[in-house]
Design a protein around this ligand. Structure first.
Ligand code: MN
Length: 451
């Protein structure tokens, strides 16, 4: 069978004319056509003895890469010596590095295309290798060693600055010179569908001593996250031009935030407990290669904005320059009452990956500029992605302007911040003329009451 494999150079996994023998993948507008092929980790619901495995989303199903490896279908690829898919994370896969992951994705593309019989023509393998998403539970795609959250949307930073520092420039002097970030908490990152318990914390009204109790100003943050493929040695740096070669792929992120805890604790060292009680991510990691048709340079900086220092300036025409991501992002809310009354979730904002001031390549170059080491499976998140318009604000703090203009729900309820029972869902997709639309699935979570 291996003799039949095509030369990897002959594969274009993003070819818009490709179709799959998994029929659901050919439905126009679906998130997971054969041109996407994101990686994730799943568990079959029908098989108690089964262990988690790495899979690829295809239409409404999952290709079980471990079952395919066992059948010899990854011969002559960078993973032929070891079944790196028979695991509960994509870390080993990612550690191969982006170029090798691309070869593996190209093999998956070939296995799934309409005219390839390797799985399609083998009933037993088809049974084992293709799992309906309705018959699987998605798990965390990575064992995340380290997590860093940035603040890369100038629109968001400007809005927050206007609210909290009404006198003077809303952006602090460093903002346009370096990608501002903080070291987040990896242990509390959870996969879409996990409930988020309202945290307790220290709260302080302006005219009273601090108290301890449940957060009252719970918020979401619409973000995108980047998973690291191969990392760098401690003491070495990742050049901004090489940074795309270290990126595995992109997910949707909700950085749940307790604004009242944050307000009292954040000076002088930044967010701490306000951000460590839960961060939700979408389960499917869309590779940087799948995003190739949707990547281009960020808009030119405005007149008067400083040019980035050389270590943050990609070469003209380089892949690193084309790291603006044209991902259409949306947030919906569904209150418990809406759910009971059968009312569809309501869209509260939308923005784009192009609304960022810094790219993930620049964030990686800056993060490692000290010699700090990245490791496979580390996650960097963008910070709240807000556009320029009022309906493009990526968190409740901005949408309601600190609660001054509540969001009105179709039930007559109002939200200044999030209430128990609210379900927040982030979705994302890319589409343009001449390419096939691809999507990210969803990043969703319900607010559970404090205990
Ligand atoms: Mn954030």
């Amino acid at each position: 069978m291996t003799d039949d494999y095509p030369n990897t150079q002959s594969i274009d996994a993003n070819d818009p004319s490709l179709t799959s023998w998994v029929e659901s993948a050919n439905t126009p507008g679906i998130d997971f056509p054969i041109q996407n092929l994101p990686f994730g980790v799943f568990l079959r619901n029908d098989d108690n003895a089964n262990k988690p495995a790495v899979g690829v989303a295809i239409g409404d199903s999952i290709l079980d890469c471990s079952a395919c490896w066992n059948a010899g279908l990854f011969s002559n690829t960078p993973c032929e010596d070891s079944n790196i898919f028979a695991r509960g994370s994509c870390n080993r896969l990612a550690a191969l590095g982006r170029a090798r992951v691309r070869e593996i994705r190209d093999r998956v593309s070939w296995l799934l295309r309409s005219d390839t019989d390797a799985i399609k023509g083998n009933e037993a393998l088809r049974e084992r290798g293709i799992v309906s998403m309705s018959n699987a539970t998605m798990l965390m795609p990575f064992a995340i060693g380290d997590y860093t959250d940035f603040y890369a949307s100038a629109n968001h930073a400007t809005n927050v600055g206007k609210m909290f520092r009404p006198d003077g420039d809303p952006l602090l002097p460093n903002y346009k010179h370096l990608p501002v970030g903080y070291h987040g908490r990896a242990s509390s990152i959870v996969v879409s569908g996990t409930g988020i318990k309202r945290p307790h914390g220290q709260l302080k009204a302006d005219d009273a001593p601090p108290t301890f109790g449940p957060c009252r100003l719970l918020d979401h943050e619409l973000e995108i996250g980047c998973f690291i493929a191969s990392g760098n040695e401690l003491g070495s740096r990742i050049d901004v031009n090489d940074a795309p070669g270290h990126i595995f792929g992109i997910v949707l992120v909700n950085d749940w935030s307790a604004r009242d805890i944050q307000k009292w604790e954040y000076v002088p060292l930044g967010p701490f407990n306000a951000k460590n009680f839960g961060t939700t991510i979408s389960p499917w990691v869309v590779t940087l290669d799948a995003l190739a048709p949707y990547r281009k340079p960020l808009p030119a900086r405005a007149d008067g904005d400083p040019a980035p220092l050389p270590y943050l300036s990609p070469d003209a025409g380089s892949e690193s320059e084309a790291m603006g991501l044209e991902i259409n992002l949306e947030v919906t809310i569904e209150s418990a009452k809406m759910r009971e009354e059968g009312i569809a979730p309501m869209r509260i904002s939308h923005s784009s990956g192009m609304d960022l001031y810094w790219t993930f390549a620049q964030m990686i170059a800056h993060h490692t500029s000290t010699g700090c080491n990245m490791r496979a499976g580390d996650m960097l998140a963008s910070g709240t992605v807000s556009g320029v318009n009022e309906d493009q604000r990526g968190c409740m703090l901005e949408l309601t302007w600190r609660g001054q203009n509540p969001v009105k729900l179709p039930t007559g309820e109002e939200r200044k911040f999030l209430a128990d029972g609210d379900r927040l869902t982030i979705t994302g997709h890319c589409e343009r003329e001449g390419a096939v639309r691809i999507g990210f699935g969803e990043c969703s979570g319900v607010v559970l009451p404090a205990e």
